[in-house]
Design a protein around this ligand. Structure first.
Ligand code: 5AD
Length: 467
């Protein structure tokens, strides 16, 4: 049977899609190659969110095909995911050695297409068509792949985004919002827990909009088909997303629930209350801010103001004082002035994010912002990026240092990648903790005392490990 090597670019949703493709192939007897050089098939699961991510994947593909050709190896190579979806045939025109271009609603067809390409019954396949119900096909897991994945698993609950932020290519790469049903997701989670998973992260491009677009009657039929008691706890106006959290919370043996990525507009009172009400829901939130300036938020079509965002953070901290709050920020959006940028700096000083991912604005084709006036020169994007990064890192480092001496609960995921003598776990607020552990700690919830900090890591004291 053939072997496959999958390289993933971009977000956790992409990681999850790659895992589902790998699991699909493994179920048919394929093996997972350790490197691209030894694989019969190489797939690059791509990201389009910034130009840099696209260029990286294109360069990688040129290297892969160049090396295979110079070593006279027969290898099937393909692009899948977001860039495959947005560029389609164009990718083969650019790189004629590419055999497969598989869009974001077609991951479940990977095995069938690869079989055809390997058998030579087809020479090139490009499939980027929309497919109804494809959101429910990202289901299979590779739990025995790495030790870590058996403790913590990702579950895809919805696909697509209807928010249409003016900078963002995702509506074009992932399509309209489409959600799985609650019983289907609960069944997948239940299976994972039965296989030893203790933490589940619910994934989607805009998870807080889960179930909003599904017709009530279809939803009801789907619910009635299984365990109604799990999902009808609250009368409306509890959002379908909070209903889903409630349903998953019921699963015995599951210790922790997380989700990503939400939209600030999804933090209604029902979700804030869920943090206070559901002990398994970990107190961490990745809430994309994008800008601290109301003028820019409006141009971005974000649907909230600075004040509204600050109000959400305040409510969350009232519900859970130790909540870890992470964010994404774009600098150099078209029309962003020094005053607008200073609004972002001041908001960061006020909120004190536990960490922030900062991105220089990147023009994406067919997005409204790409043709807006007053594009910000690259040099200014760079300069703002650096200034914001310095501020965010300084605040984050202080927050890390505040952990020293504190006792925290971690879920142990497995051996550290860099140093196998060390084990790694995460706090409920989603910080990585390293400690001197062993295999018996894996999958355990333990209390450790934080001794010192490294860059974006905490070191726990094994002497006070509480077993
Ligand atoms: N340019 C720069 N950053 C972007 N992001 C999304 N689109 C762009 C773009 N065109 C960032 C946003 C988003 C994160 C995943 O990527 O901050 O939250």
């Amino acid at each position: 049977m053939p072997s496959v090597y999958i390289k993933t670019y971009g977000c956790q949703m992409n990681e999850r899609d790659s895992e589902a493709v790998a699991a699909q192939l493994v179920a048919r007897g394929w093996s997972l190659a350790q490197s691209e050089a030894t694989a019969d098939v190489v797939l690059l699961n791509t990201c389009s969110v910034r130009d840099f991510a696209e260029q990286k994947a294109i360069n990688k593909m040129s290297n892969v095909v160049g090396t295979a050709r110079s070593e006279k190896r027969d290898q099937i190579v393909g692009f899948m995911g977001c860039m495959a979806q947005s560029r389609g045939q164009e990718l083969i025109d650019k790189l004629p050695d590419v055999d497969l271009v598989l869009g974001t609603q077609k991951f479940h067809r990977a095995a069938e297409y690869l079989d055809e390409l390997l058998a030579g019954t087809r020479k090139k396949i490009v499939d980027t068509e929309a497919e109804a119900k494809s959101e429910a096909t990202i289901r299979e897991h590779l739990l025995n792949g790495s030790a870590k994945t058996s403790v913590s698993a990702f579950v895809s609950i919805m696909q697509g985004c209807n928010q249409h932020c003016t900078f963002c290519i995702v509506p074009a790469t992932r399509g309209e919002e489409r959600s799985r049903t609650i019983p289907d997701i609960v069944a997948e989670c239940r299976e994972l827990v039965a296989r030893g998973v203790r933490e589940i992260t619910l994934l989607g491009q805009i998870v807080t909009s889960f179930g909003r677009r599904e017709k009530r009657d279809e939803w009801q039929v789907a619910r009635d088909a299984t365990d109604v008691s799990l999902v009808t706890r609250h009368p409306s106006p509890v959002t379908p997303f909070v209903q889903l959290l409630d349903a998953i919370h019921e699963l015995d043996g599951l210790e922790r629930i997380r989700f990503t990525s939400p939209h600030p507009k999804g933090y209604g009172d029902d979700l804030v209350e869920a943090y206070a009400r559901l002990p398994k829901l970990c107190e961490s939130a990745h809430i994309p801010l994008q800008s601290g300036s109301d003028r820019i938020l409006k141009l971005m079509h974000r649907g909230y103001t600075r004040e509204k965002f600050l109000g959400i953070i305040q409510k969350l901290r009232q519900a859970k004082p130790n909540i870890g709050i992470y964010t994404d920020i774009i600098v150099g959006f078209p029309g962003e002035t020094e005053e607008d940028f200073e609004q972002t700096l001041s908001l960061c000083r006020e909120v004190k994010f536990d960490n922030a991912y900062i991105f220089k604005y990147s023009e994406r084709r067919d997005t409204p912002a790409a043709t807006m006036p007053d594009q910000v020169p690259q040099a200014i994007r760079e300069e703002r990026n650096e200034r914001l990064l310095n501020l965010v890192n300084e605040i984050a480092a202080r927050k890390y240092d505040a952990f020293i001496g504190r006792q925290v609960q971690i879920l142990v995921e497995g051996p550290s990648k860099k140093n196998a003598a060390r084990y790694t776990g995460r706090t409920r607020c989603n910080r990585i903790v390293l400690f001197d552990g062993s295999a018996r700690h894996q999958g355990q919830l333990m209390d450790v005392k934080i001794e010192r900090t490294g860059s974006f890591t905490l070191y726990g004291d094994p002497a006070v490990v509480n077993l």
